[in-house]
Design a binder for this molecule. Structure first.
Ligand SMILES: [Zn+2]
Length: 217
């Protein structure tokens, strides 16, 4: 286990190693960031965007919150997306959930955790919307299914935002994806909730929800 002073020594060692193997790496970063990818994930410490995807500093623009939720009025998330889409011109935005997510499990089981209950209420809305699917699964499968369904619903929330609607109306090439990460095996799953234009939201949503049901039959 690291203690707080280790972080500085780790940092100095990392910076030195980067500069040794890639001379000029940091100097080139100061010029600009031009990431192709945006990651919207859970704050969970076990799901670090760069390490999972092998991306370096400068390659992925990141927004994280509890249980990777995109709320219509969340100016924090939407401002981050707007900057990524309008200024950085990212080409892919991934909404990434993870199995064993504490926020999703709290929503599923009505666990009270405090202020965050109000945030998690958004995931309970997802749970209630898909009650029919979840009730038909064994209790051991419901958590993973709700992780997937939450990703799918949050992709929709992102896709109907003014930022995405306006970008697509202008013909901008930017694609939104729904993925889930396995903390138990380190692997990403594509939930095939992939949307590259407003008119793709509805068919992608229906197919992805059916995919969740089929995967857990
Ligand atoms: Zn989580």
């Amino acid at each position: 286990m690291a203690n707080i002073n280790d972080l500085f020594s780790h940092n100095r060692a990392w910076a030195a190693e980067m500069e040794r193997t890639r001379p000029g790496f940091f100097t080139s970063l100061t010029k600009q960031q031009k990431p192709k990818f945006m990651w919207i994930g859970c704050s969970d410490s076990r799901v670090p965007a760069n390490q999972i995807t092998g991306l370096e500093p400068g390659e992925v623009f990141v927004h994280r919150n509890v249980a990777n939720v995109i709320v219509h009025s969340d100016l924090n998330a939407l401002s981050t997306v707007q900057f990524a889409v309008d200024m950085l011109k990212v080409e892919h935005i991934m909404v990434v959930g993870h199995y064993g997510c504490g926020g999703v499990l709290a929503a599923l089981n009505n666990t009270r955790v405090g202020l965050a209950d109000n945030w998690i209420r958004h995931i309970q809305d997802v749970r209630d919307r898909h009650r029919g699917i979840l009730d038909n699964l064994g209790p051991e499968r419901r958590g993973d299914a709700l992780v997937d369904l939450n990703v799918i619903e949050q992709v929709v929330n992102l896709c109907v935002s003014t930022v995405m609607t306006d970008a697509w109306a202008k013909g901008q090439k930017v694609c939104v994806h729904g993925w889930a990460f396995g903390v138990h095996d380190g692997l990403l799953q594509d939930l095939h909730m992939t949307v590259a234009d407003t008119d793709q939201i509805e068919p992608a949503y229906r197919a992805a929800v059916e995919g969740v049901v089929a995967a857990r039959r």
